[in-house]
Design a binder for this molecule. Structure first.
Ligand code: DQA
Length: 147
């Protein structure tokens, strides 16, 4: 199984950016943790971070016929991007949405996700562990649904 991991805008600043909200781990730390988990789960990861909506849309298109699942933290695009939502719906790749922070104890504008209705599910609030838990959930879903 091949899984595309997408990190959206400002996640390149992890570790420095509002550490009281997003934790002290850097994006490299998160990715290393994900690669360790992937090894255990016997899945292959492709990882990309971008601050540009169109790049994320194109990465989702490029996963078509190549990747079995998508693990995405869309960052602020969660709350704004019909384009990312349509890309996920368009390629039909099983998707898990993850967030470091718990969106539902933050500002009201973070409590709506354009992505959630096209995802299998969402994991929010466990810091870097949200990614690891999301990867486990996605791999389990793919194993159950792929013959
Ligand atoms: C985030 C939550 C978003 O509201 C925010 O814009 C981010 C990070 C999270 O992982 O908690 O950039 O997706």
């Amino acid at each position: 199984l091949t899984i595309l991991v997408l990190h959206g805008p400002n996640l390149n600043l992890l570790g420095q950016r509002e550490p009281e909200v997003y934790g002290k781990q850097t994006l490299d730390d998160v990715n290393q943790q994900l690669h360790r988990e992937a090894k255990q789960l016997l899945v292959t990861l492709e990882v990309l971070q971008s601050n540009h909506e169109g790049d994320l849309v194109e990465a989702i298109h490029s996963a078509w016929n190549r990747c079995h699942g998508l693990l995405i933290n869309p960052g602020a695009y969660t709350h704004t991007s019909v384009a990312i939502r349509d890309a996920i719906a368009g390629v039909g790749i099983p998707t898990v949405e993850v967030h470091l922070s718990n969106l539902y104890r933050r500002e009201a504008f973070r409590q709506h996700s354009y992505i959630a209705p096209v995802a299998i599910g969402q994991i929010s609030g466990f810091g870097a562990d949200s990614y690891r838990l999301g990867l486990q959930a996605l791999a389990a879903h793919l194993r159950h649904s792929t013959p």
